[in-house]
Design a protein around this ligand. Structure first.
Ligand code: GDP
Ligand code: MG
Length: 370
C-alpha cells in the first residue's frame, strides 16, 4: 500500500493512537485515527517517537522471515566495506593495488592474491578493512539499484594535478545519494604540478568541507605511485569506521550480496559474495538471486579454501545452479525444497518486473518497526 493509517502505525510502534494524532496536530496535520497518512509523514512520526525505521530486505519478506531483526546483544563489530571512486586516470586502480600491498597477512599466508572482486587488508595493528575491487560508478550504482547498499565508506580519489573532473562530481553525487560517508584521497601528490590545496577549495563548491577548511570530511594527501600517505589513509578509514560502530550478528544463517559472478570452465558458476550478516559455511543451502545451490567450496581473496566466512568477508562461492547478477542477495535457507521455492518465486518476480515497474514498497518499510 502507498499509505498507512494512524492506528496501524501506532500498533506497529506500540504507541497510543491518540498520542500520534496529537503529535500530528502539533506538526500541523489534523487527522483521525483511521485516516491514512503518507510515507514522509509516517517517517517523521516514527522519528518523533524515537523509533527506528527498519527497512526489511526483500529476501526476508519473500521467505517469511520479516521482522526478524538481530537483537542488539548478538551484534559484534565487523570490518568496514570500502569502495574507491573518482575520475578516470586519477589513480583508483593504482590506489587499490597500493592498499592491497599494505596487507600484513598476504605475505605470511603465502597465498597468491586472487582477483575476486573484493579483498581484505589486515593492518599492522590487526584491524581488517574490506575493499571492493571494482572501482567505478557503474558498479556502485548498479548494486544500489538492485537494493544492495554494501558500501560503508567511499574513498573519493582526486588527482592533485588535475582537480575535480566530471566523474569526480558524479562520484560525489552517487555518494551523497547513498548517504555514505566519504574520505577524500588527494592522489598524485608526488607530481611537481600537484596542488592539493586547490582541490580542497574546489570541493567547497560541491559542499564538501574537509577538516582543514573547518569541515568534517576527512582528507589525506597520497601518492599511489610512491606509496606515501597510505598509513594515514588507513587510519582515517578506521577512524570513520569506529564512529559508525559497524556491527553484525555472526551467529545466524548468512546473508550477503553478489559482488561479481561468472561461469568458470572447471568450476561451474562462481560468485564472489560479500557476507553481510551471519556466517556462510561449506554445506549451507542457499538462494542467490533467482538461482539456488549448496556451498561446495569457499575460496578467500588469497586463493585459499576456507570452511566459513563471517560478516564483511568477501568469498568465492562454488556450487551454484547458475550465474547470478551483481548485487543479487544470497540467503541461506533451511533446506533444498525451501531454496527451490524461493528461487522460483524470485524468478517469477523478475519476470513480472520486466513488464511492470515495481513501486518501492511502503509495506516492507514498516513491517519491522522497533
Ligand atoms: P584509474 O583510471 O583511476 O584506475 O587510474 P589508474 O590507477 O589506472 O592510474 C592512471 C595513471 O596515473 C597511470 O598511468 C598511473 O601510473 C598514474 N598514477 C596513479 N597514481 C599515481 C600517483 O600517485 N602519482 C603519479 N605520478 N602517477 C600516478
Ligand atoms: Mg582503473
Amino acid at each position: 500500500p502507498e499509505s498507512i493509517t494512524v492506528q496501524e502505525l501506532a500498533n506497529r510502534m506500540a504507541e497510543k493512537g491518540a498520542d500520534l494524532v496529537k503529535a500530528l496536530f502539533k506538526m500541523g496535520t489534523a487527522v483521525t485515527l483511521n485516516q491514512p497518512i503518507d510515507q514522509d509523514t509516517a517517517e517523521l512520526l516514527v522519528e518523533e517517537f524515537g523509533h527506528r525505521i527498519q527497512r526489511v530486505s526483500e529476501a526476508d519478506v519473500e521467505i517469511g522471515m520479516e521482522g526478524e531483526v538481530d537483537a542488539p546483544e548478538t551484534l559484534k563489530p565487523r570490518a568496514p566495506v570500502v569502495t574507491i571512486m573518482g575520475h578516470v586516470d586519477h589513480g583508483k586502480t593504482s590506489l587499490l593495488d597500493a592498499l592491497r600491498g599494505t596487507d600484513v597477512v598476504a605475505g605470511e599466508s603465502g597465498g597468491i592474491t586472487q582477483h575476486i572482486g573484493a579483498y581484505q587488508v589486515t593492518t599492522k595493528k590487526g584491524d581488517v578493512i574490506t575493499f571492493l575491487d571494482t572501482p567505478g560508478h557503474e558498479a556502485f550504482s548498479e548494486m544500489r539499484a538492485r537494493g544492495a547498499n554494501v558500501t560503508d565508506i567511499v574513498i573519493l580519489v582526486v588527482a592533485a594535478d588535475d582537480g575535480l573532473m566530471p566523474q569526480t562530481i558524479e562520484a560525489i553525487n552517487h555518494t551523497k545519494a547513498a548517504g555514505v560517508p566519504m574520505i577524500v584521497a588527494i592522489n598524485k601528490c608526488d607530481k611537481p604540478e600537484a596542488n592539493p590545496q586547490k582541490v580542497r577549495e574546489r570541493l567547497l563548491s560541491e559542499e564538501i568541507v574537509v577538516e582543514d577548511m573547518g569541515g568534517d570530511v576527512q582528507d589525506v594527501e597520497v601518492s599511489a605511485l610512491k606509496k606515501t600517505g597510505l598509513d594515514e589513509l588507513i587510519d582515517k578509514i578506521l577512524l570513520q569506521a569506529e564512529v559508525m560502530e559497524l556491527t553484525a550478528n555472526p551467529d545466524r544463517q548468512a546473508e550477503g550480496n553478489v559482488i561479481e559472478a561468472q561461469l568458470d570452465k572447471g568450476r561451474g558458476a562462481v560468485a564472489t559474495v560479500l557476507v553481510r550478516k551471519g556466517t556462510l559455511k561449506v554445506g549451507d543451502t542457499f538462494v542467490i538471486g533467482a538461482e539456488s545451490g549448496k556451498v561446495r567450496a569457499l575460496v578467500n581473496d588469497k586463493g585459499q579454501n576456507v570452511k566459513v566466512a563471517g560478516p564483511s568477508t568477501p568469498v568465492e562461492v562454488l556450487g551454484l545452479s547458475g550465474v547470478p547478477l551483481a548485487g543479487d542477495q544470497l540467503t541461506v535457507v533451511e533446506n533444498e525444497a525451501r531454496a527451490r521455492e524461493v528461487a522460483a518465486y524470485r524468478q517469477e518476480q523478475a519476470t513480472k518486473k520486466r513488464t511492470t515497474t515495481a513501486p518501492t514498497s511502503f509495506e516492507h518499510m514498516f513491517s519491522a518497526l522497533n
